[in-house]
Structure formats: C-alpha cells, structure tokens
Design a protein around this ligand. Structure first.
Ligand SMILES: Cc1cc2nc3c(=O)[nH]c(=O)nc-3n(C[C@H](O)[C@H](O)[C@H](O)COP(=O)(O)OP(=O)(O)OC[C@H]3O[C@@H](n4cnc5c(N)ncnc54)[C@H](O)[C@@H]3O)c2cc1C
Ligand code: FES
Length: 281
C-alpha cells in the first residue's frame, strides 16, 4: 500500500522526500537537507515544523531550520533523543523519509516585525527554528532595523551554525554574542547563563520585537531581562515544545489549558500565554 501522498491538503498522509545532505554537527545533533520528491517547495514560514516519518519506526515533529527565501530544499537539525531521531541519525543521501506539513504558527517576520529592530534570544536547539527567521530577515535586510542575536550553549562543542554566524555578522547592523554554561581551556569567550549577555543591553522598546526559543528554564529569566529593557508582552514571541501526535489539532495530545501547541503554536505572542507559561514549560 502506498502511504505517501503528493497532495499538500491531505494532512494525515506523508509526502515522500529524499535526503540531500546528512552531516554531523555536534556529538548529539545532525544536520539534514531534504527535497520533496514531488518537486514542490515545502512552503513554510520561519518557526513552523513538519512531522517527519521514518517508515516502520514512527513520526516526530521537527522544526524547519532553513529560510523559505533560500532554497527549493529544506533543512533540519535533529538531536538524537529517541526512536525516530535515532533512526534519522542513520540516514544517508538518497534515503527516503515521509513529511507532513508545514504545520503551526510562525514568527511574524512577514507582518508586524517588518520595520522593527529584532532581538533573537536562543538557547541550545532553540537556534534551530530561529535560524529560519534570522536568515529570512537578513535576506530582506532593508525591511528591518537592527538585529541582535544572543545565543547560549551548554559548552563550546555544542554551539550550532558556527560558520554561518560569520555571514550574519558580516551584514550591516547585526550583532551576535554568545556564551557557554561551562567553559574549559579551549574556550576564551563568555561563560555564564544567557541572561548575563543581556544585563547591559539597550533597546528602544517602542520599535523592538523579541523572539525567545530555548530550554524551558530560560524563558522566565530571558523575559525578565527584556522587561528591564522596557519591553512588553505583546512584543515578545516565544516558541514552545510539547509532545505531539497528529500535529494538526485533532488528537489533543499537545493540549494545555485549552491551547493546542501544534496548531495555536508553536509560536505564541507572550501576551497570549503569559499565564499558562509555567504550565507549558
Ligand atoms: C514543534 C516542535 C519542534 C521540534 N523541533 C525539533 C528540532 O528541530 N530538532 C529536534 O531534534 N527535536 C525537535 N523537537 C523535539 C522532538 O520532536 C522530540 O525530541 C521527539 O520526541 C523525538 O522523537 P523520538 O521518537 O526520537 O523520541 P521519543 O522516543 O519520543 O523520546 C524522546 C524523549 O521523550 C520522552 N517521551 C516520549 N514520549 C513522551 C511522553 N508522551 N511524555 C513524556 N515524555 C515522553 C522519552 O522518554 C525520551 O526521553 C521538536 C518538538 C516540537 C513539538
Ligand atoms: S498533536 Fe494532536 S492536537 Fe496537537
């Protein structure tokens, strides 16, 4: 039985896709590039995810890390965390996977973020979906103001997209600062949690939008740092992760306090989720 589909409107049937690139990034994460076999573009926006299926094993929601501006293929970064992601780490160019999506909400880079300064605060794997937004913004550089990227990793060997950072900072009015939780003799940069990079930061809260994505513990403290700069909840966007099954608002698996993280999120305006944030995280 053919369980794949080339119909984008068929939300339960995976479309067949082929691995174009599969490269190690860190000890736990692997970088992938895929192409849909139908030849159509995925048609995502930054912050959205797709359900990736490994035939005979299962399905997992994975963020789309490339910008829709950049290629007819799409990219993902996958941490080896369980059954599906472990099987993904064995994929080689030419192998087949299934894709459903793109699903979920996106960062409003095509809407209210235009014309604004943007602060991206990313911890660990949180840089993966945000990279899509960063590259979208930098590919439309004249449409946005100053771009600040703040990244924190557990250690220097867990930093992501190191080569790409050089391209980001080569553009006008882009700053990138990073820190690691644990330093060692090879690391000469900042050591400390991500908010240590935000203590002396100045933004104009009237024309700044912030994006936060990272491990649960980071949100509360990053948001407190943004408040100190005068930022308000409606100008802060967060991306949440929950365990998911259908990915399309039908099974209730990702539901919390009436919110379907797969459909109402994963990207939320913080003003809409401030009260449920503790429970979500
Ligand atoms: C919107 C979204 C975007 C994501 N983007 C990425 C990404 O870009 N890259 C990436 O690597 N990962 C991403 N993830 C996380 C990824 O989907 C999970 O790690 C997923 O569980 C991996 O599937 P698996 O079959 O490999 O692991 P699983 O076999 O599901 O196990 C993963 C871990 O979760 C635990 N677990 C499994 N099911 C449950 C449950 N019901 N309740 C509690 N714990 C459970 C397991 O014990 C194990 O520790 C994303 C998740 C979401 C929701
Ligand atoms: S994953 Fe099924 S409703 Fe969200």
């Amino acid at each position: 039985m053919d369980i794949t589909s080339t119909r984008k409107d068929d939300i339960y049937l995976p479309e067949m896709a082929t691995v174009v690139r599969s490269e190690p990034m860190t000890a736990l994460e692997r970088f992938f590039e895929f192409k849909l076999d139908s030849g159509r573009e995925l048609g995502h926006m930054p912050g959205q995810f797709a359900e990736v299926s490994i035939f005979g094993i299962g399905e997992a929601p994975i963020s789309i890390s490339s910008s829709p501006t950049q290629s007819r293929s799409f990219q993902m970064v996958v941490r080896n965390a369980g059954n599906v992601t472990r099987a993904m780490h064995d994929l080689k160019p030419g192998d087949k996977i299934g894709i459903r999506g793109p699903f979920g909400t996106h960062f409003p880079v095509d809407g209210e973020m235009r014309g604004k300064d943007i602060v991206f605060v990313c911890g660990g794997l949180g840089l993966v979906p945000v990279r899509s937004a960063i590259n979208y913004v930098l590919d439309h550089r004249e449409d946005y103001g100053y771009v600040t990227i703040i990244f924190g990793a557990k250690s220097h060997s867990e930093r992501l997209f190191i080569d790409e950072v050089r391209e980001w900072v080569s553009k006008e009015n882009v700053s990138y600062t990073e820190t690691v939780d644990r330093g060692d003799e090879q690391w000469t940069g900042n050591v400390g949690v991500i908010t240590t990079l935000m203590t002396d930061m100045m933004v104009d809260p009237r024309k700044t939008m912030a994006v936060i994505c990272g491990p649960p513990v980071m949100y509360k403290f990053a948001i407190m740092s943004l408040y100190k700069m005068g930022m308000v909840d409606r100008n802060i966007f967060v991306s949440f992760e929950r365990h998911m099954k259908c990915g399309v608002g039908k099974c209730g698996h990702c539901q919390i306090d009436g919110l379907y993280v797969c459909q109402d999120g994963p990207v939320f305006r913080f003003a809409d989720v401030a009260e449920v944030q503790e429970a979500i995280q």
